[in-house]
Design a protein around this ligand. Sequence first.
Ligand SMILES: Nc1ncnc2c1ncn2[C@@H]1O[C@H](COP(=O)(O)OP(=O)(O)O)[C@@H](O)[C@H]1O
Ligand SMILES: [Mg+2]
Length: 232
Amino acid sequence: MAEIKCVDLCKTYLQGDAEVRALDHVTLDIEPASFICLSGPSGSGKTTLLNAIGGLDELDSGAISIDGERVDRLDGGALADLRLRHIGFVFQSYNLIPVLSARENVEFVMQVQGLPARERSQKARDILREVGLEGMEDRRPAQLSGGQQQRVAVARAIVSQPKLVLADEPTANLDSTSADQLMRLFRDLNDTHGVTFMIATHDERVMRYAKRLIRMQDGKVIGDDLQRPIDR
Ligand SMILES: Nc1ncnc2c1ncn2[C@@H]1O[C@H](COP(=O)(O)OP(=O)(O)O)[C@@H](O)[C@H]1O
Ligand SMILES: [Mg+2]
């Protein structure tokens, strides 16, 4: 249900002697239970914005708050705690641990959170069923298709019921059927649990699911429109 406020975010990278403005005075208000796609050409600042909101990267200036808490002022420990408890990350590459089974990959975060083994195991099974992977709990990533691996990564991201999911090009390595399934799963979580989603994507098909479409270019927000999303 996270509400996010971004005020005048700036981030510059040095590339050789040139300064690149990855975020150039970005201001955004994101309401609780939003379902947002962030679009724009490669290099427009989408990843930088998601990483800043998730506290993975520092800003040069500006303020970000999630439910009133200033993310940009938290120290490393408090940030790690915020991410562990309230934010789910989904990346283009699934970032699964190859030697662990699907269930163990999902349990990993809960283990770090200190949940008892029985509870972890039950929650992992439940969430894997919810993402359509019943019966595949014991397979390792190499024994699953790309779409299935991405669903394990999603299960891991949502198992602790985060209030915010940040997804960076989550369908980039998926065929169109898997991409549609993933977007329907995201929308279902948004519609039934009010999880806020911010999804960076180039994919026109993915954008059709968005309730709000934010366009970026050269580190700036150049478009911000509500739209009627396609039905799940
Ligand atoms: N670690 C980095 N070092 C130098 N430049 C970077 C770094 N990360 C991103 N950039 C630059 O910042 C700009 C925005 O990048 P990014 O946020 O990754 O855009 P997008 O995700 O929309 O493709 C690009 O010009 C990119 O080259
Ligand atoms: Mg990117």
